[in-house]
Design a protein around this ligand. Structure first.
Ligand code: HEC
Length: 173
């Protein structure tokens, strides 16, 4: 009886130790950032500037981002690889629910947070429906005034799927 109790005691001790040590933060991990627009701003940081790449050169690994939504409409179009089928649309819906719905509402008509910063109706037939996909890609990446950018949290592909879903909502409006 006592031997069994000792055994359990030792096991509980081991479990507690491993739980405690596994939760300790050693200061080397990456901390979570929420909307780190200011930390990762486009401004050159002192001691960290770099020379501009030669004119006309193109990065093989980075997307060269446009400076305005209008530029984005010209430069970016929905890639063919973004599936326009049931699975693709389902993906877009999930991502929209994760990143956008909290403020824009499930129907994207807005008005679900503080009315003082009410997000606009993204299904508006003359304001947003005619905008090209690149416009929405730009807005999701960089945000708009009070709206935080989600470029840090989403992959480019995920942003395109969100736009697919937004188009579905616009058609249903
Ligand atoms: C924290 C709340 C919030 C979240 C989350 C959010 N938005 Fe917004 N969004 C806003 C507000 C507020 C505006 C109005 C910004 C302004 O012009 O002042 C806005 C504006 C927009 C606009 C219009 C911009 C323009 O130039 O007219 C688009 C498009 C948009 N949001 C898309 C999205 C998408 C897609 C997502 C999900 C990836 C998203 N938003 C997530 C709050 C939010």
């Amino acid at each position: 009886m006592t031997r069994l109790a000792t055994k359990w005691g030792v096991m509980a001790g081991l479990l507690a130790t491993s739980l405690l040590t596994s939760c300790r933060y050693d200061g080397t991990g990456t901390k979570m950032q929420w909307a780190p627009d200011m930390a990762d701003s486009a401004a050159n940081k002192s001691q960290r500037s770099y020379l501009d790449p030669p004119e006309g050169s193109r990065s093989m690994t980075a997307i060269l981002y446009p400076k305005t939504p209008e530029e984005a409409e010209v430069q970016f179009a929905m890639p063919e690889a973004i599936a326009n089928d049931e699975r693709g649309l389902e993906k877009g819906k999930k991502l929209f629910e994760t990143y956008c719905q909290v403020c824009h509402g499930a129907d994207a008509k807005g008005g679900h947070i503080n009315p003082a910063i009410a997000p606009p109706d993204l299904t508006h037939p003359t304001v947003y429906v005619p905008r090209k996909d690149g416009f929405f890609f730009y807005r999701i990446t960089f945000g708009a005034n009070v709206m935080p950018g989600y470029g840090y949290a989403t992959t480019p592909a995920e942003r395109w799927y969100i736009i697919r879903h937004l188009r579905t909502l616009q058609k249903g409006a």
